[in-house]
Design a binder for this molecule. Structure first.
Ligand code: ATP
Length: 279
C-alpha cells in the first residue's frame, strides 16, 4: 500500500562530476512513501548518479533533496543514510564478512544493537530471503543469485524505509532474476518500503508502480509502466524492449485482432480466452 507522505522531494536538482561534465539538470520530482519507482533510460543518461544523490553518496551542485521530510545536507546526511539501503549490480563487491552470517551482521554492528536483537535479525532476514542454510558459508561458495540474496538480506536487516536497487538483477541468470523480482514484489506487498529500481528489465519495470524516464540527465517522461510499454517511440528512445505479452498484443493488433495495448500477462490470457470462447 502506498503511504501518504513523501519519501523524496527533489527541486531543480543539478549535478556535474566536473566543470565540463553536467550529468543531471533541473530534476524536479516527488516520490511517495511506499511506492515502487523504476528509473529507466539509455546508458549514461544519469540513472546511477541520481540514485547516488538520493542515497546521500553524492551531494547536489544546486537544487534540493528532502528525504522523508528532512533536507539532505552535509549536516543531516549521517542521520538520513541509515534510512536508505542500496543494492548494487555486482554482489561480489557488496560482501564484507567472511561468512554469510558475518556479512548480514556487519551493518548491524555499527548500529550498536543489543547482541540478542542482532542475532534475531540475522536469523529473521536470512529466513525471509531463504538463505538460512547458507549462514556458515564463505561468499566464494555461493552462486550469483545467492550472493544477491545475501546482499538484500544484509540491507533489509538494517530495516531501512527506502531501498534503491541499482541494476541489482543485471548480472543474474534468468532464474535468479525471477527470484529477485519475487523478492521485490514481496517487499512492495509488505507496504514497508519505498523502492527505487534502476533497471533495463521489462518485467521488473512492469511490476513497479511508476516509470521515470531519464534522457541526457533530464526527466523525459514520468508515467505508468503499462503506458511506457504502450509507447513504441519512447521505448525505443530508452533502448527498452517491451515484455513478451505487450509484443504479443501488438502483433495480434497488426493481424487485425484488437486488444487494448499495454496489457499485462493475466489480462492478455483472459482477453484471448474471451476471444476464443466467443468464436
Ligand atoms: N565517478 C564519475 N566520474 C566522472 N564521470 C562519471 C562518474 N560516474 C559516472 N560518470 C559519467 O556520468 C554520466 C552518467 O553516468 P551514470 O552512471 O549516472 O549513467 P547511467 O544512466 O546509470 O548509465 P548505465 O545505464 O550505463 O549504468 C556518464 O557520462 C558517465 O560517464
Amino acid at each position: 500500500m502506498e503511504g501518504t507522505g513523501l519519501a523524496f522531494e527533489l527541486q531543480q536538482v543539478s549535478f556535474a562530476y566536473g566543470p565540463e561534465q553536467p550529468v543531471l539538470g533541473d530534476v524536479t520530482l516527488d516520490i511517495l512513501q511506499g511506492s515502487w519507482v523504476s528509473l529507466v533510460g539509455p546508458n549514461g543518461c544519469g540513472k546511477s548518479t541520481l540514485a547516488k544523490l538520493l542515497g546521500g553518496l553524492l551531494a547536489v551542485n544546486s537544487g534540493s533533496i528532502i528525504v522523508e521530510g528532512t533536507p539532505l545536507l552535509r549536516e543531516t546526511v549521517q542521520q538520513i543514510r541509515p534510512r536508505i539501503g542500496m543494492v548494487f549490480q555486482n554482489p561480489d563487491n557488496q560482501f564484507i564478512g567472511a561468512t554469510v552470517e558475518e556479512d548480514i551482521a556487519f551493518g548491524l554492528e555499527g548500529r550498536c544493537l543489543p547482541r540478542a536483537e542482532m542475532v534475531e535479525r540475522v536469523k529473521r532476514y536470512a529466513d525471509k530471503l531463504e538463505i538460512g542454510h547458507l549462514l556458515a558459508k564463505h561468499p566464494a561458495e555461493l552462486s550469483g543469485g545467492q550472493k544477491q540474496r545475501v546482499a538484500v538480506a544484509a540491507i533489509l536487516a538494517m530495516e531501512p524505509g527506502i531501498v534503491i536497487f541499482d541494476e541489482a538483477s543485471s548480472m543474474l541468470d534468468e532464474k535468479a532474476r525471477g527470484e529477485l523480482l519475487n523478492i521485490l514484489r514481496e517487499m512492495k506487498h509488505s507496504g514497508k518500503y519505498t523502492m527505487i529500481s534502476i533497471t533495463h528489465d521489462a518485467e521488473e519495470i512492469m511490476a513497479s508502480d511508476r516509470a521515470i524516464v531519464l534522457r541526457d540527465g533530464r526527466i523525459a517522461a514520468d508515467l505508468k509502466p503499462r503506458d511506457l510499454f504502450g509507447d513504441e517511440e519512447l521505448l525505443d528512445s530508452c533502448r527498452l524492449i517491451a515484455p513478451y505479452e505487450v509484443r504479443l498484443v501488438r502483433e495480434l493488433c497488426r493481424q487485425g485482432i484488437r486488444l487494448p495495448a499495454g496489457y499485462c500477462g493475466e489480462e492478455v490470457a483472459e482477453a484471448l480466452w474471451q476471444l476464443y470462447s466467443n468464436k
